[in-house]
Ligand binder design. Structure first.
Ligand code: NVA
Length: 253
């Protein structure tokens, strides 16, 4: 926001009246009178929906427990920079948890026409509504979505490999169980060898080295992870620019 010439307020839960019992709907109404756009990091997706429903300015989902769309704009930008011919006939293999990042990734990929093969253990698959939405988008763009349980089968011939943490927000109590269930859902040198030689590896960070991704892949030549991290900045500026009103409010009005 600063780079675009605007001004940003960072409001933690201690700065808002939410902590004193104000509803999300009322917070949305008040903030909408002060600002041109709201970027909200919520714990629960229901809170995100409530804020968006009651705000009269655009609300950007800056992460919740169900989706992480801003991340995916940066991810797709990172791949677009590398694939001059576009996404058509390219396949991204996702290895790991069917979590918030995956939920947005599978829908974002379907919008741009990038095929997705996801190796996710059965019980960690995304909700039906996400899969249905992704399938509808993929049908419109002519891309495909496939679910697998075997990371090796998913990785064969992939143009991009993507993974995220095994324990996301809200899953902390299941850490031990998850670390067992996801053993084997790791991007390491062995998995990389199954993909195309010019594969790009993505991770939305923070990474748990040695769990979902090995050091050698993260620090290796096929990792696009640092450009991906930088692209959060550029992608989010693009999102702001798209949503901000053409004429900023006049503070004297
Ligand atoms: N899946 C991760 C994303 C962090 C940016 C989490 O929810 O913790």
């Amino acid at each position: 926001m600063n780079d675009l010439g605007g001004h940003a307020l960072y409001l933690s839960k201690h700065d808002l009246q939410l902590g004193r019992g104000e509803t999300i709907a009322d917070t949305a109404r008040v903030l909408s009178r002060y600002v041109d756009v709201i970027a909200y990091r919520a714990f629960h997706s229901a809170d995100m929906q409530a804020l968006a429903r009651h705000a009269s300015v655009p609300v950007i989902n800056a992460l919740d427990d169900r989706e992480h769309p801003c991340q995916v704009v940066a991810d797709l930008l990172t791949l677009k920079e590398r694939w001059s011919a576009g996404f058509r006939n390219r396949t991204l293999a996702y290895i790991g948890d069917g979590n918030n990042v995956f939920n947005s990734l599978v829908q974002g990929a379907a919008i741009v026409g990038l095929n997705v093969v996801a190796a996710i253990p059965e019980k960690y698959r995304p909700p039906d509504a996400i899969v249905e939405s992704a399938n509808r988008l993929a049908a419109a763009s002519g891309s495909s979505i496939q679910f697998e349980t075997d990371p090796k089968r998913a990785a064969v011939g992939a143009d991009a490999l993507y993974t995220d943490v095994w324990v996301s927000m809200g899953d902390e109590a299941q850490r031990e169980k998850r670390e067992q269930d996801f053993r084997g859902y790791r991007i390491d040198a062995e998995l990389l060898r199954l993909a195309k030689p010019d594969v790009w590896v993505l991770h939305d960070l923070p990474a748990h080295r040695g769990l979902e991704i090995s050091d050698e892949v993260m620090d290796g030549p096929r990792a696009a992870i640092w450009d991906q991290a930088e692209n959060r900045l550029h992608a989010q500026k693009a999102i702001l620019e798209a949503l901000l009103p053409a004429h900023p409010r006049d503070p004297r009005a």
